[in-house]
Every structure is written in structure tokens, then in C-alpha cells.
Design a protein around this ligand. Sequence first.
Ligand code: S3P
Length: 196
Amino acid sequence: MNGSAIPKDASPAPARGLDRSVVLVGLMGAGKSCIGRRLAKQLGLRFVDADAEIEDAAGRSISEIFEQFGEAYFRDGERRVMARLLGEEPCVLAAGGGAFMDPETRDLIRTQAISVWLRADLETLHARTKGRTHRPLLNKGNAKETLQTLMDTRYPVYAEADITIETGHDNPNVTCKRVLQALQEFKDTAQKDNAS
Ligand code: S3P
């Protein structure tokens, strides 16, 4: 066999061959879409952005949904879209920041998927969301204070995720690698538990 017959990716990325979706949770600006795209590529799974799916289903942007119908209506749509996506073939799913706060959605994620919380500090979240206008919750009042309030209420719930990864100033490829490693460890532990 000559050298060129060896596939380039002969040593597969950790955690390949997952039979469940990976759901990325975390606050706005945590990097769910950015890391999710890279992760999906490494895992050989499709990447799905829940916010984009909600917009497609509604035929409107998230800002328009909030404006025209209110947050409760958005959350109903988000719950339905998350349930549909979690029932489909495994993927890497970037959830909107509020999705994991819904008990029904959280329960579905717990039973159908592996959840990864991308945990970031206030400064990081603020820097990454500043100047962007597509997130209605951050468009009114003081965005930094809003993020702090959301951290206070949501972080104890996000902490229920299967895996927590601190994200900060690391290059996204480094964060992606750490998520892959953690998924592999999660998979190994689950296999051991099943065998005993
Ligand atoms: C929200 C986060 C947004 C989007 C909506 C509400 C939230 O998604 O779903 O604006 O409640 O945290 P991202 O976290 O992807 O920005």
C-alpha cells in the first residue's frame, strides 16, 4: 500500500460515532454556534442552529417574533422546535440561551441528548454581544446588567448539563478540542456504567 492510500483523518477525532445529539447550552455570546459548527465537523454530524430553525418555522426574525407576539409566544415556538429537532437524527444543536430553562425541553435534552454548557464570564459575554442588535433581550436597558441578571438565574440551571466547559479567551479550535475530549470521557464513563 502506498502512503497516499492512508486517509488524511486516519486517527478520528475523539467522540466520533455518537448515537445521540450534542446540545450546546449557555448564555448569549457563549459561542454556541461558533463552537457548534466546528464540533459538528469533527464529529461528522450536521450542525443545527435552533434560533435559525425557529425563524424559518415562523417566517420571521426572532426580533420580529418578540415584537409582534411577545416572549411567551417565542418560548412556545422554541419548545416545539427543540422537541422536533431532538426527535430527528443526531446532530450538534446550538440551543438558544433560554431553551434549557424550559423544564420540558430540559427533560427532553436529558433523555435524548448530551448537553454541554459553554460557561463564560460576564466580561466575555458582554464583549461578544456588544454592538449586535439581533437579540431582543439585550436591546433594552443596560445589556451588561441584563446579562448579569441572566447569569444569576440561569447558571444554577445550566449547571445541570452533562458537561461544563469554561470558555473565555481561548481560540475556538482549542475550546472545540476540549469539548471533544470531554465528550469522549462522557462516552467512556457511560459505556463503563452500562457494562457493570
Ligand atoms: C435568548 C437567546 C437567543 C435567542 C433569543 C432569546 C435567551 O439565542 O434565542 O434572543 O433567552 O437567552 P442565542 O443564545 O443563540 O443568542
